[in-house]
Design a protein around this ligand. Structure first.
Ligand code: TXA
Ligand code: MG
Length: 329
């Protein structure tokens, strides 16, 4: 069965919000736009619906989900927020920042959402997702709407391609403006820790906290899904830090300077000809998917600076290029 796909038009917002909330209340999955990527959403208090998310994505159940709320008030029913959290919420919500905080005892989130942990990841997204949460009256558990390990969905068509038989409704709001997932910061220790670089630059968070974020977890346990080494993978191999183009390769370019052999590339896509990292982030997943679709020998990727949103872009690219576990492709 293919899902109902509805284009989000401003004058129909109320009707579409009500439709989505109805499907979610019935335990169905809905593909929702956020400012970062499309999410595969379920009512976070409905265990059966949340279980369907894991099943649809082929996602390991030890990997917890983000709870999407409609503001700090609902957030406080699910997590425990201290003064540092409040400072970050004031600065960045609604927006692409997820906070990992202690789970509030008695919180109504189903334990599958948190994978049984005593912490919870919470964010307030921009746009219609927050309005759907308000209409439902409960948070939405929503991972990125891609099959586990694959390229994240930044267009409604990506959701339909990867998960079309699993969702009842996809709301098409066009391409996601940020284009990479939210930044995840853990506030479980005295020192705030960056678990995943994302749509808010780590430097901006550090400026608001007045201290640097810790970057590396002690020990080798998985703290965020990104830590599964291979993720965001196109079908074809990815070669990073390319200084040339090999025959048969496609080129993911960045900046104004051409690369030796570029004219031989089977396809070329420039993330940002002017070298703008915000623009590059917005085009990253779509660009990877587009080059993947021409079936090149590999995708060669030009070096991307590591500051600002470059940290999130390079994180995704490193995982896209990581050795892949044996599996069906
Ligand atoms: O931008 C985003 O964050 C998107 C949109 C849909 O909101 N969502 C997203 O979800 O990227 P997902 O499931 O693909 O990534 C959620 C990440 C996972 O890496 C998970 O391990 C981590 O959040 N996470 C969730 N709960 C956690 C917790 N209690 N402690 C540590 N990490 C947690
Ligand atoms: Mg994901």
């Amino acid at each position: 069965p293919s899902p109902q796909v509805i284009r989000l038009e401003a004058e129909r917002t109320a009707e579409i919000v009500a439709l989505a909330a109805g499907r979610l209340r019935a335990g169905e999955l809905v593909g929702i736009p956020t400012e970062t990527v499309y999410g595969l959403a379920a009512d976070a208090t409905d265990g059966e619906a949340v279980a369907r998310i894991f099943d649809a994505k082929g996602r390991p159940r030890f990997n917890p989900l983000i709870c999407h709320v409609d503001g700090p008030e609902m957030a406080a029913d699910y997590g425990v927020f201290d003064a540092r959290a409040e400072r970050l919420i004031d600065a960045f919500w609604p927006g692409p920042l997820t906070l990992v905080v202690p789970l509030r005892p008695g919180a109504a989130a189903h334990p599958l959402v948190t994978a049984g942990l005593d912490s919870i990841a919470i964010r307030w997204p921009r746009g219609i997702a927050g309005e759907i949460v308000t209409a439902l009256g409960r948070p939405l558990a929503a991972p990125s709407a891609n099959r586990s390990g694959r390229i994240s969905a930044t267009r409604a068509g990506h959701v339909v391609d990867q998960l079309g038989d699993r969702v009842s409704l996809v709301i098409d709001a066009g391409p996601c403006p940020v284009g990479v997932e939210s930044t995840i910061v853990s506030l479980l220790e005295d020192a705030p820790r960056l678990l995943r670089p994302g749509g808010v630059a780590a430097e901006d968070i550090e400026a608001h906290l007045g201290r640097p974020l810790l970057r590396k977890a002690p020990g080798a346990t998985i703290q965020a899904p990104g830590m599964l080494a291979s993720h965001y993978a196109p079908r074809v191999p990815v070669r990073l830090e390319a200084r040339n183009v090999e025959p048969g390769e496609a080129l993911l370019a960045f900046g104004p300077a051409p690369l030796p052999g570029q004219e031989k590339a089977s396809a070329t896509l420039n993330l940002s000809a002017s070298g703008d990292l915000v623009e590059a982030a917005a085009r990253l997943f779509d660009g990877l998917a587009e080059l993947d679709s021409v079936d090149p020998v590999a995708i060669a990727v030009m070096p991307i600076p590591q500051h600002g949103l470059g940290e999130a872009i390079n994180d995704r690219l490193m995982r896209a290029a990581a050795p892949r576990p044996e599996r069906e492709i």
